[in-house]
Design a protein around this ligand. Structure first.
Ligand code: NI
Length: 255
């Protein structure tokens, strides 16, 4: 079965058919989903999705694009929400210099604080790192991410950076629809270099649909395209990619 380790089913793009779509997952080979979180306002919706669907688990965390105007007591609130039995990670958290560099110092502070929280709660982190590799690695190292572990979601770093992420931090590395894009040479090289016991797959639904669905709303059902491509790239049967990435996801999130 497929484990989609990163999706956003609380997104309004699913408002018209969320339950119908999620009910069709198992007949489409999708057996587990991790729903990531971007800000405090989303958490009640994420919890209710997790409560309604036994195969969906959730994370809580503040996305780097949502650091402006953050409630001063946000850490207490994340700590409280994380007690819910279906919350299995802190995320997505990280740095994003693609959209703005004006909030750099806020993003860095809030990433560090959330890694500390994850260590305190003994939960893995889900890392969003876009055009900020150097700072991201430095902060994760300073805040001892190797003590709680986690995943680099939608990995966009180099093959060399895997030394820090996998060898030093012991983290997992997730690939999604962007691996199927034409210009994904560097990304595909990294996907071939990740040790099999650290490899994960994800959609980031409703974003980043794989080819041939690019531009449409993404869903976990399309993840089969990423499985197919990984199978070709690594020379491993698709069933094995599914089984290995499912086992890895279960180990990471304690499911
Ligand atoms: Ni995401």
């Amino acid at each position: 079965m497929i484990f989609d380790t990163h999706a956003h089913y609380n997104d309004e793009q699913f408002d018209n058919d969320r339950d119908e779509l999620l009910s069709s997952m198992s007949e489409n080979g999708v057996g587990l989903i991790m729903n990531a979180c971007s800000n405090l306002d989303e958490i009640p919706d994420i919890l209710s999705i997790c409560e309604k669907h036994p195969f969906i688990y959730g994370a809580v965390g503040i996305h780097p694009e949502d650091v402006t105007g953050l409630a001063p007591d946000y850490l207490d609130r994340l700590r409280e929400y994380s007690k819910h039995p279906k919350i299995k990670a802190i995320g997505e958290i990280g740095l994003d210099y693609y959209w703005t560099t004006e909030t750099k110092s806020e993003q860095q502070r809030i990433l560090g604080e959330q890694v500390d929280l994850a260590r305190e709660l003994k939960l893995p982190v889900i890392i969003h790192d876009r055009e900020a590799h150097g700072d991201c690695i430095r902060i994760l190292r300073e805040h001892k991410v190797y003590e709680c572990g986690g995943v680099f979601h939608c990995y966009s770093g180099s093959t060399e950076m895997l030394h820090d992420v996998v060898d030093e931090f012991g983290m997992y590395v997730a690939f999604g629809g962007s691996l199927t894009f034409k210009n994904a040479k560097k990304n595909r090289a990294a996907a071939c270099a990740v040790p099999l016991d650290r490899l994960l797959i994800e959609t980031d639904s409703p974003y980043l649909s794989p080819v041939p669905y690019r531009g449409k709303r993404n869903s976990s059902i399309y993840l089969v395209e990423v499985v197919k491509l990984l199978s070709e790239l690594r020379g491993i049967p698709a069933e094995d990619i599914e089984r290995i990435t499912e086992e890895n996801g279960r180990r990471l999130f304690g499911i």
